[in-house]
Design a protein around this ligand. Structure first.
Ligand code: PLP
Length: 445
């Protein structure tokens, strides 16, 4: 690890690539957070990943806590996943017709999610949430959608209002290019506030098609629902004839084997459940694949059975399906136990280092997910406004010191940290070695 750490900071090749990319790609990136906009410095280009490690273009190896933003549940380039993709590729890259892997993956999803009866495969989480909303509008014949401030559901027009993730990172309120008419169809409410939800339904009686919520918010850092919030949300929405869409794109098959809903479900009253679920990231094992699912009568509103249109040239692509299947089939109970233990161990190390350096902070958790909030939080944060008060200068100093110490953290204070099945004790130990200097860097801000 020392040789690698000594090399950290050599970024000539990444800098050259970044300049070259910026001359042909807006901002040099194909997704904004990759540009290091909120932390500054040279965004790293990566050339390899294996297990818990990634290697940049200058040959520096890092312990990775991004995990491809979620998909790398088993670690990078897991042999079972790579083999499955290579085998599928050798048989053809896609036919624009059905392949057996599609129903096998749908069966795998349904086996883990008892409230999902039918599944449609798409290519991105954005499509999954967009389609779920179209079904909700189709089923209810109502126009409005409720989302929560700081929740990110992808980049479709109607869902960019007060979204977290890249929009939080860049401090953007929404996006140019979205019409006022579209924006007006999305009501944005504070998270964890059932009174605000009741009020919105009372004000717009008969107009609200659905409430969409991240099952645990994970795009403004981690912010789980308060006890009772999910139950209250479902009760209120259903009492007013609206559907509930639980977005598990990030948390699905990650926070637990059955997502964050799998953690909450056992304590819910019988029959109280969301209507539609969206999945992404882990379900595609690192290739472009996402899914939506839910009750049969709702899902069968989709074409070709019903009047709600959705389709895609690459939907159910055999390589993506093979990667997703190999990932889910290898993510057994032992893997989830391991992820939970790794997240627990990492949380303790971070707490210890920041406390020793006198840095006020909170480690936020949702199942196997974690994130760190810098700042004074005597009371747990409940919503986006609370999270926006964090000290992003401290995050920036911490981030760069960790990178110099050989740990690849998300380059934003508003993103989750991802462990994998390959994050064993020695990997956590390497992170622990980098933490004291990073905690001191944050303390010096
Ligand atoms: N929903 C959630 C909760 C997400 O975290 C994301 C992506 O980060 C999306 C939707 C959008 O997914 P994609 O980036 O695949 O379009």
């Amino acid at each position: 690890a020392n040789g690698q750490t000594a090399r950290a900071g050599e970024t000539a090749r990444s800098a050259e690539y970044a300049a070259r990319a910026a001359s042909v790609i807006p901002g040099g990136v194909n997704s904004p957070v990759r540009a290091f906009g909120s932390v500054g410095g040279t965004p790293r280009f990566f050339v390899r990943g294996s297990g818990a490690a990634v290697t940049d273009a200058d040959g520096t190896e890092y312990v990775d806590l991004i995990g491809a933003w979620g998909p790398a549940l088993l670690g990078h380039a897991h042999p079972a996943v790579v083999d499955a993709v290579q085998e599928a590729a050798a048989k053809g890259l896609g036919f624009g017709a059905s392949v057996p892997g599609e129903f096998e993956l749908a069966e795998e999803i349904i086996a883990r999610m008892p409230d999902v009866e039918r599944v449609r495969l798409v290519s991105t989480g954005t499509e999954a949430t967009m389609t779920a909303i179209r079904i909700a509008r189709g089923a209810t014949s109502r126009p409005l959608i409720i989302k929560f401030a700081g929740h990110y559901h992808g980049h479709s027009d109607g869902l960019l209002a007060a979204a977290g993730s890249g929009l939080a990172t860049f401090g953007l309120p929404g996006s140019a290019g979205v019409t006022a008419e579209t924006a007006a169809q999305t009501l944005v409410l504070p998270y964890n506030d059932l009174a605000a939800l009741e009020h919105a339904f009372a004000t717009h009686e008969g107009q609200i098609a659905a409430v969409i919520t991240e099952s645990a918010a994970a795009n403004m850092g981690i912010l789980p629902p308060d006890p009772g919030f999910t139950e209250g949300l479902i009760r209120i929405a259903h009492a007013h004839g609206a559907l509930v869409i639980t977005d598990e794109v990030l948390t699905g098959f990650r926070a637990s084997a059955a997502g964050y809903w799998g953690i909450e479900r056992p304590s819910m009253p019988e029959g109280l459940r969301p209507d539609l679920f969206t999945f992404g990231k882990v379900v595609g094992g690192g290739l472009p694949l996402a899914a939506l699912g839910g009750r049969r009568e709702l899902m069968e509103m989709l074409a070709p059975l019903g009047p709600v249109y959705q389709g895609g040239t690459l939907s159910g692509n055999p390589l993506a399906v093979a990667a997703g299947l190999a990932t889910l089939r290898n993510a057994d109970a032992a893997v989830y136990d391991h992820l939970a233990a790794a997240a627990d161990a990492l949380a303790v190390e971070v707490e210890d280092a920041l406390t020793a350096a006198g840095v006020a902070h909170r480690v936020q958790r949702a199942g196997t997910l974690l994130s760190v909030l810098f700042g004074d939080y005597p009371v747990a944060p409940a919503n986006y406004d609370d999270v926006l008060r964090q000290n992003t200068d401290q995050h920036r100093a911490f981030f760069h010191a960790m990178l110099a110490g050989g740990v690849n953290l998300p380059p934003s204070a508003f993103e989750a940290w991802f462990v994998s099945a390959a994050h064993d004790d020695s990997v956590i130990g390497r992170i622990a070695e980098a933490l004291p200097a990073a905690a001191r860097a944050a303390a010096a801000v």
